[in-house]
Design a protein around this ligand. Sequence first.
Ligand code: ZZB
Length: 259
Amino acid sequence: QEYTAVKSKLLEWGPNAPKDIQQAVGGKTVYLVAGTLRPETMYGQTNMFVGVNLDYGLYEANDSELWLITERAARNMAFQGIFDKPEGEYKKVASLKGEQVVGSKVEPAFGIVKEVYVLPMDGVLATKGTGVVTSVPSDSPDDYRTLMDLRKKAEHYKIQPEWAAVDPIPVLSTPKYGEMSAPTLVTELKIQSQKDTKQLAEAKELAYKEGFYNGVMTIGDFKGLTVQEAKPKVREQMIAANVAVAYAEPESEVISRSA
Ligand code: ZZB
């Protein structure tokens, strides 16, 4: 799987961040790096997601940047020559649990909204991508359902309601589902919670297919182009702007996570 790893700059740590985190960071810039298969939707980022119980670290990417990702992703990136280090080498400067990152404020690359928050999601897998997910609730049913769950039960999820306040942003249009594929599908399939994983998988499949084969961009430099045409172009722009890198999921693990 060829992912795009998208860098969102950390603007402010949340209230649960370790007290000594600034010391570990030094003067470097921290980026939350999310794995996505949909770079053309990055305009519509409303928040980011982490798994509260997952283990993350701050890894040295180069002289000035620390990337917040899982150790598994750091190791893979090291072998793919993504870091400014000899192949296979990586260095962690701090360890964090996902819950310690929740409530942090970030600037999402290519996002229309320039300041968004990190929120908790139940279904984030440690074995996929970077373990950090960026949220596009207009086109990802999982993201939309989770955002609505968080709004309904902010206290239960231990978040401030204002962290989940950004509404879905239209980025593309499809004949079947209009400009809001995910909300449309979540309503049509009557999906009640982020825990309805079977129905969400079905909704994701439908949204993916309709978006990829019939979607047309409604925003950004490639407005009016089909999603198929725009996808590699947005990706190239992001890589050229140094806000994203190509990241491949290792084969053996792709098989084991296909369930
Ligand atoms: C932004 C985005 C916008 C995504 C969209 C999807 C959609 P797949 O096909 O099952 O491999 N993702 C990435 N990493 C993780 C993780 N560790 N745990 C859980 N989810 C993760 O799914 C790939 C997508 O799953 C990625 O692409 C990412 O969300 C999420 F409009 O990035 B995506 C219809 C889907 N739409």
